[in-house]
Each structure stands twice: as structure tokens, then as C-alpha cells.
Ligand binder design. Structure first.
Ligand code: ACO
Length: 341
């Protein structure tokens, strides 16, 4: 009986035509955007209310000024501004976007997160959510977006990093108040037949060290600066070296290191550990300070504006943040913009 239900095969399997092979889709970055709050807080402004000085802050951190979101202002609006700028840069419309990932630890509300708020601000109802990996959040979000594009689960993803660290800063603690700031940056990730695109990132975490850098019972950021400095340099340099190894690239192939801007000395020490010359290192911490998840996309936007990033450039990304969490990865910069699918 069972045999009667089975239809006889008319064509032997071996001679069936091969299934069409989908063209290789490599995820890449096609546009970048940045948005900063209007209010500038200089080192002298801080020295007027804290036991610190412009000289100390510049010498130890490289920071000269930072931006702050006014109390009650919307971080989602700032993030949406960065996303609009990234879409315009990629010559894309909001309707092209089928996923939004926002890296943040300081969303306006716990729920909804910034992702859905940004989607609504752009007039979209696509999948939209937040990633919490502190200052490394943008790298985690970018890695995930690239995987979604390459697997075919998404075609065009907005990856945004947005933070208002002023919301979790103890403004009376000079050891953190001079470092932390607010901002938003975004990139458009889509697929194409790219040579390099976004290579899989090297990511890591170690919550056992959270007492060195993490939030206290009041939700304010506490940091053992000197210890954090050491771990930040070591973990970023290790992860970056491993990312290069996996991509079969050498330091000489890297056109630019764009690392989390916590402190100019940390970025420079990471470059030295990797053997990268100073002229290939992006630095904008003097203007924006530590904007956490927004730091890397803001540095990408500034590096392009300053002429460090040109289409086809090979970029080494690295970040380290509270928790601890960290990561590094290799991306090509706006490689073959015309094939954005
Ligand atoms: N102004 C003046 N003096 C200060 C200030 C300040 N703003 N802050 C600290 N000091 C003092 C300290 O009290 C200390 O004084 P003491 O010697 O009398 O005790 C002295 O300066 C030296 O302090 P250190 O912390 O040892 O100074 P250091 O040279 O290490 O620089 C810094 C401090 C800038 C914080 C550095 O350690 C650093 O950048 N750490 C890492 C920051 C970072 O990467 N954070 C991670 C990201 S944050 C996130 O993920 C959200």
C-alpha cells in the first residue's frame, strides 16, 4: 500500500539541473552620518565647578570639549538625525531600510528602546531593537547587521550608536565627569559583490572585571581609570591583531585605525602596540570626548571628513567598554558604492 502512494521519479536525481547559485553577498558600509547636541562644555567650564584644569584634562586625555544633551531632550531624536544623515550619504531612502539596530546603554526609556523610537521617527515599522555592549556596542551591532545581510535575513540595515553618558555620570566626580559625553553616529550596511566588506569581528567579554568599570547602585558609572586603561589597550590590541590574522591581512594593509575614543593616550598606545604609524590613526576625542556607543561612528564620520578615509580604504575598528566588553574588526570603506543592493 505504501509503495502505491509514492510517485515514481521520472527524472533521475543525478541528471537534474543544478539549482541556481545565488551571487555572493558581502556586507559593506555605504554611508555614514553623525549628530551632536548643540551645547558645548569646555574644559574651562568643568574647571569652574570641579577641582580640575584644562591643562590636566588635555595632557591626560586629549579632550578639549564635549557635547551634552539638555535634560529632558530626546536621544532618539539625535539618533534619528544621525540615521537620516547616513541614509542621505548612502543615497538611500528610509523605505529601503528593513532593520535598525541601535547600540546604546542610555536609551530614553528602558522600553521601548531607541531602535523602535528611531524607526518611528523615520516613519518605519521595520524590525528595530537595541544592543547593550557599552562602548563596544557599535561593533557588536555592526557585526550582527553584516551577518543579517550576508545570510539574506536583511537587505539594508541602519546601524546606529547613540549615547547620552551625561545621564549616568556623577557630575561631582572629576575622574569620570571630564571624560564622558553625548552624541550619535550611524552607518548604512547593505550587500554587494565586495572584495572586503565587513569581515567577521573578534568580540569578547569579561563581567568579572565590572568592578573596574561599571554602574553603581545608583546607575552611575564608576571607573578605576588606571586599571581600565591597561585592559583597554591590551584587549583592543589583541582583538585587532586577531582580526587582521583572520582576514589574512598585515598592519601594512591597514589605511586607518578607528578605535573607541575614550582617551587619546589609549588610542595611541593601541596603535603603537599594533605597529601602526600615527598618521593612520583617527582621533576626534578632543572635540567629542567619550560618547560610548556613538564614539566609533562619530570617529568614522570625522575621519572621512579629514581625508583619512577614502572609498576602498581598509579600516581596522576596535573598541573597549564597561563590563568589560570589547571587539575589533576589519571593514572596507564605501567600497564600490554603486553595487549597494
Ligand atoms: N583633574 C585633575 N586631577 C584628576 C582628575 C581630573 N579630572 N581625575 C583624576 N585626577 C587625579 C587623581 O585623583 C590622581 O590624583 P592622586 O595621584 O593625588 O591620587 C591623579 O590625577 C592621577 O590619577 P590617575 O587615574 O592615575 O590618572 P591617569 O593618568 O591614569 O589618567 C584617566 C586618568 C584619564 C581616567 C585614565 O586612566 C583613563 O583614560 N582611563 C581609561 C578611561 C577609559 O577607557 N574608559 C573606558 C570607557 S568608559 C565606558 O565604557 C562607558
Amino acid at each position: 500500500m505504501i509503495g502505491e502512494l509514492v510517485e515514481p521519479m521520472t527524472t533521475p536525481r543525478a541528471s537534474a539541473p543544478p539549482a541556481p547559485v545565488a551571487p555572493a553577498r558581502t556586507a559593506g558600509i555605504f554611508g555614514v552620518g553623525a549628530a551632536l547636541p548643540d551645547a558645548v562644555v569646555t574644559n574651562d567650564d568643568l574647571a569652574a565647578v570641579l577641582d580640575t584644569s584644562d591643562e590636566w584634562i588635555v595632557k591626560r586625555t586629549g579632550i578639549r570639549e564635549r557635547r551634552r544633551l539638555p535634560e529632558g531632550a530626546s536621544l532618539a531624536a539625535l539618533a534619528a538625525e544621525a540615521c537620516r544623515a547616513a541614509l542621505a550619504d548612502a543615497h538611500r531612502d528610509a523605505e529601503d531600510v528593513d532593520r535598525i539596530v541601535v547600540a546604546t546603554t542610555t536609551a530614553d526609556r528602558i522600553v521601548p528602546g531607541l531602535g523602535p523610537e528611531v524607526a518611528a521617527a523615520l516613519g518605519l515599522r521595520c524590525p528595530a531593537y537595541d544592543v547593550n555592549a557599552a562602548c563596544a556596542g557599535f561593533l557588536y551591532a555592526l557585526d550582527e547587521a553584516a551577518a543579517a545581510v550576508e545570510s539574506g535575513r536583511a537587505r539594508c540595515v541602519l546601524v546606529c550608536g547613540a549615547d547620552a553618558l551625561s545621564r549616568i555620570t556623577d557630575h561631582g566626580d572629576r575622574s569620570t565627569a571630564v571624560l564622558l559625553a553625548d552624541g550619535a553616529g550611524a552607518v548604512v550596511v547593505a550587500g554587494g559583490e565586495l572584495d572586503l566588506g565587513c569581515r567577521p569581528f573578534v568580540l569578547g567579554s569579561d563581567p568579572g572585571r565590572a568592578d573596574l568599570l561599571g554602574t553603581d547602585a545608583r546607575g552611575l558609572l564608576r571607573m578605576q581609570g588606571r586599571e581600565v586603561y591597561r585592559h583597554a589597550v591590551d584587549r583592543m590590541a589583541e582583538a585587532a591583531a586577531e582580526a587582521l590574522r583572520r582576514a589574512n591581512l598585515g598592519v601594512e594593509d591597514v589605511d586607518a585605525l578607528v578605535a573607541h575614543q575614550a582617551n587619546a593616550r589609549i588610542v595611541e598606545a593601541t596603535a603603537v602596540a599594533l605597529g601602526l604609524p600615527r598618521e593612520r590613526v583617527a582621533l576626534n576625542v578632543d572635540r567629542v570626548a567619550n560618547t560610548s556607543a556613538a564614539s566609533v561612528p562619530l570617529a568614522l564620520a570625522d575621519a572621512e571628513r579629514d581625508g583619512l578615509l577614502r572609498p576602498g580604504a581598509t579600516v581596522l575598528l576596535a573598541a573597549f567598554g564597561a563590563g568589560f566588553v570589547w571587539g575589533a574588526g576589519i571593514v572596507s570603506w564605501k567600497e564600490r558604492r554603486d553595487v549597494c543592493a
